[in-house]
Design a protein around this ligand. Structure first.
Ligand SMILES: Nc1ncnc2c1ncn2[C@@H]1O[C@H](COP(=O)(O)OP(=O)(O)OP(=O)(O)O)[C@@H](O)[C@H]1O
Length: 327
């Protein structure tokens, strides 16, 4: 029997998650569904709770994060190496890029309904990325990781009061836009050395490099439009040698994934990536600040079981082929 554990970040979405949880809890009780619930109290707490759940017993477990992508990221880092745990998310953050790609409804009760149905389906395995820092620490990501300008923006977003004001006004997604514009005029670009599956490239005046497992970042920006979380590859995006004004232009096209057509945007695919920079760059994993360059990234193919409505890549390809065969 699969035990269900909820890890709730009451501060996610500027406190919205607490109300979300009240509705979820009420529904679970009404539906007579057995569950365990834990609240996070500080940054990193979800990792600790998830790691404690992981070792309770060997039976299959489902951990549902109630929060934003940062909460799911922390849960993922608590259960690494435990293959009999599925994870899911009831989106309650401001960005919610995981639920966008994996087609989990934004409405919490609809999301709960979908997750409860999906937990009985056959497991959906997706890739994850594993980051190794120079000091030997390891860190996993499920959506993406990045170094440079974008992490500075994410850092500022996560530590700002403006975030809560804009969220309360219902403009949560605009908070990324606000900080991006502000930092645009302050950031100093960097020279980076990128090694992808053994091939080295150097980029001068680099704004940022992002390694993506799925297309979305920063609340709906299609930073890696062709990334697929089950294709065994990570999608790398480098933005370099751009004037501040042109970066703004490029940024406006990211929501449609059209930025990749600019000559100052280079895209690659690979399984192992090393990022080194002349001066230290801040690094994020799924929008959470986690360390500094240099670092190494490895893909962990089909490394985690998740609850998703997204169609697996092979299945989508087969369907396309079958349709083609008929005609
Ligand atoms: N009780 C708490 N008080 C303050 N911060 C917390 C608490 N519990 C967790 N956190 C931290 O809150 C941060 C934000 O969480 P999360 O990403 O889930 O929400 P969000 O920022 O609103 O959503 P999104 O990442 O989708 O924009 C994380 O860094 C997490 O560690």
């Amino acid at each position: 029997m699969q035990e269900i554990y909820f890890i709730i970040n009451p501060s996610a979405g500027n406190g919205r998650c607490l109300n979300i949880w009240k509705k979820i809890e009420q529904t679970l009780i009404q539906e007579n569904i057995h569950f365990h619930a834990f609240f996070t109290e500080y940054r990193g707490h979800a990792t600790k709770i998830a790691s404690q759940i992981a070792v309770i017993h060997d039976h299959p477990k489902l951990i549902i994060a109630v929060g934003g992508d940062g909460t799911l990221h922390e849960v993922l880092n608590g259960i690494k190496n435990h293959k009999n745990i599925k994870i899911g998310l009831i989106p309650g953050g401001s960005g919610n890029d995981f639920s966008r790609e994996f087609q989990i409804p934004q409405d919490p009760l609809d999301a709960l309904k979908v997750l409860l149905r999906l937990r009985k389906d056959r497991p959906a395995f997706i890739d994850i990325g594993k980051i190794m820092f120079q000091d030997g620490t390891e860190h996993y990501f499920i959506n993406n990781m990045g170094a440079g300008f974008d992490v500075l923006v994410a850092y500022k977003v996560n530590h700002s009061k403006v975030k809560s004001i804009l969220n309360k006004l219902g403009f949560g997604r605009l908070v990324y836009v606000y900080f991006l514009l502000k930092e645009l005029f302050l950031y100093k670009t960097n020279t980076i050395d990128l090694m992808i599956d053994g091939t080295k490239s150097t980029f001068k005046q680099t704004w940022f490099v992002t390694v993506s497992n799925q297309p979305y970042y920063g609340g709906g920006m299609k930073i890696a439009p062709d990334a697929a979380p089950d294709d065994g590859l990570l999608d790398i995006t480098v933005v370099y040698q751009l004037s501040r004004l042109k970066l703004l232009l490029v940024f406006m096209t990211v929501f449609w994934g059209k930025h990749i057509h600019f000559k100052e945007v280079k895209t690659f695919r690979g399984k192992t990536i090393t990022i080194q920079s002349r001066s230290t760059m801040f690094v994020h994993g799924d929008g959470e600040f986690i360390g500094y360059t240099p670092l190494h990234v490895d893909i962990q193919c089909k490394g985690i079981q998740i609850l998703t409505r997204r169609q697996p890549k092979e299945e989508a390809d087969w369907k396309a082929r079958d349709t083609y065969d008929i005609h």
